[in-house]
Design a protein around this ligand. Structure first.
Ligand code: TXA
Ligand code: MG
Length: 341
C-alpha cells in the first residue's frame, strides 16, 4: 500500500465533484476512502464487496467480531438492505433520517456476513453530510464505514486525525474540514422489545422516545470478561494513549482534581470548560473545551481535545464528566469508556 492521497474539498460543487468521482472510483475498485459524515470521519468501502470490507478490518486493526454500519443515501436503498421494517420504524426513518441515527434491523441476503460479523442483523444509517451523500451516490453502492481511527482510539473529527491513525494504510481521504456533530451516531437496536440504545450518540434518547415510546439503554460500562450484549460496547474504547481521569462537573471539583493530578504526574492536560479556573502551573496544559452545558459545542470538541492533549505529550488527561441526559449522555459514555483501564 502506497501513500494515502488527501483530496481537499472546498464546498464548491464545480471543484469538488471531480474529486468525489475519483473517490467513488476507488470505492468501486474495492479500495478504502475515508470521508466526512456529520458525526465523525468514516472509513468507507463497498459494503457489497467482501474483499473490500476485509481491508477495513485490516487497516483499523479491528477484530472481525465487531460489525460495521452500512451507509446509504436514501430510504429506498435502506429498505433494500433490511428484511423487515415495522411501521413504528418507518416513523423513525421519516423523521430522523438522514441524521446521526443508526438502526439495527434484520438483514437482507445481499449484505455480506463479514459486514455484520455473522449476525442476522445489519446496522444502517443515512448521513446528512453532503460529501458523504455525494460519495455514496457516485459510488452507486452502499458504503460500509466504521469510524476512521485505529481500533480503540478516539474517533476522528478531522482529516488530520484520520491521517494520524491510518496514513499509508488507506488509498484516500476526502478532507472537508471538521465534522459538525463530533460524536458518533446513536445506535438503536430495533430487533428487541422494547428497542435498545446500544450506543448513545448524536440523536438523544429523548427524541427517539418522543416518536416510538420508551427504549432501553445499555448500562454504561461492562466489566471485562463478561459477554457483551453488543459487539462494539467494549469497556475501553475511544481512548487516547494516556490515562483519562474524570471528576464531578463543578469548577471546585475540577480545580481540586487538577491539583491532585499535578502531584501524581509530571504534566497533565485538562479539558477545561470556559471560565473554569485551574491551579496556575507550567505543568498543566489547558484545552479550551467550550461552554459547560452547551453540549453541541462540547461534543464537537471532545475527540479533538483528547487528541490535541495527547499530541502535546501530557501524561494524563483530566475531564469533568457530563450528566446522563440529552446529547450529554453521548459525551458521558465516550469519556467513561476512555477512562476505563
Ligand atoms: O457516526 C457513526 O456511526 C460513524 C460514522 C462514520 O457513520 N460510524 C461509527 O462506526 O461510529 P463504528 O464502527 O465505529 O461503530 C459502529 C457501532 C459499533 O459499536 C458496532 O459494534 C455497532 O455499531 N454495530 C454495527 N452493526 C451492528 C449490529 N448488526 N448489531 C449490533 N451492533 C452493531
Ligand atoms: Mg468507532
Amino acid at each position: 500500500m502506497g501513500e494515502t492521497k488527501r483530496l481537499i474539498l472546498t464546498g464548491d460543487p464545480e471543484h469538488d465533484n471531480p474529486l468525489i468521482e475519483q473517490a467513488a472510483a476507488v470505492i468501486r475498485a474495492g479500495g478504502l476512502v475515508a470521508f466526512p459524515t456529520e458525526t465523525v470521519y468514516g472509513l468507507g468501502a463497498d459494503a457489497l464487496n467482501p474483499d473490500a470490507v476485509r481491508r477495513i478490518f485490516e487497516a483499523k486493526e479491528r477484530p472481525t467480531w465487531d460489525p460495521l454500519i452500512v451507509h446509504v443515501s436514501d430510504a429506498d436503498e435502506l429498505h433494500r438492505l433490511v428484511r423487515a421494517m415495522p411501521p413504528a420504524v418507518e416513523r423513525l426513518v421519516q423523521t430522523l433520517m438522514p441524521g446521526p441515527l443508526t438502526l439495527v434491523l434484520p438483514k437482507a441476503d445481499c449484505v455480506p456476513d463479514l459486514v455484520t460479523a455473522g449476525r442476522p442483523t445489519v446496522a444502517v444509517r443515512i448521513p446528512t453530510h453532503l460529501v458523504a451523500l455525494a460519495l455514496i451516490r457516485a459510488s452507486a453502492t452502499p458504503i460500509a464505514a466504521p469510524s476512521a481511527n485505529r481500533f480503540g482510539r478516539p474517533s476522528p473529527t478531522t482529516a488530520d486525525h484520520v491521517m494520524a491513525d491510518l496514513a499509508g494504510r488507506i488509498e484516500m481521504v476526502l478532507d472537508a474540514g471538521a465534522t459538525p456533530v463530533g460524536v458518533e451516531s446513536t445506535v438503536l437496536d430495533l430487533t428487541s422489545e422494547p428497542p435498545v440504545i446500544l450506543r448513545p450518540g448524536g440523536v438523544p434518547r429523548e427524541t427517539i422516545e418522543s416518536l416510538i415510546g420508551s427504549v432501553r439503554l445499555l448500562e454504561e460500562a461492562f466489566p471485562e470478561g463478561q459477554p457483551l450484549p453488543s459487539p462494539g460496547t467494549s469497556p475501553r474504547h475511544y481512548a487516547p494513549r494516556v490515562p483519562v481521569l474524570l471528576c464531578p462537573p463543578e469548577p471546585t471539583a475540577l480545580f481540586q482534581a487538577a491539583q491532585d493530578a499535578l502531584n501524581l504526574y509530571e504534566q497533565i492536560g485538562v479539558m477545561a470548560p470556559d471560565g473554569w479556573q485551574l491551579p496556575p502551573s507550567s505543568r498543566l496544559v489547558r484545552f479550551e473545551w467550550g461552554e459547560w452545558g452547551n453540549w453541541q459545542q462540547l461534543a464537537r470538541q471532545l475527540f479533538a481535545g483528547l487528541r490535541a492533549l495527547e499530541a502535546h505529550g501530557v501524561e494524563a488527561i483530566l475531564c469533568p464528566l457530563p450528566p446522563a441526559s440529552k446529547l450529554a449522555l453521548a459525551l458521558r459514555d465516550r469519556l467513561l469508556r476512555a477512562a476505563q483501564t
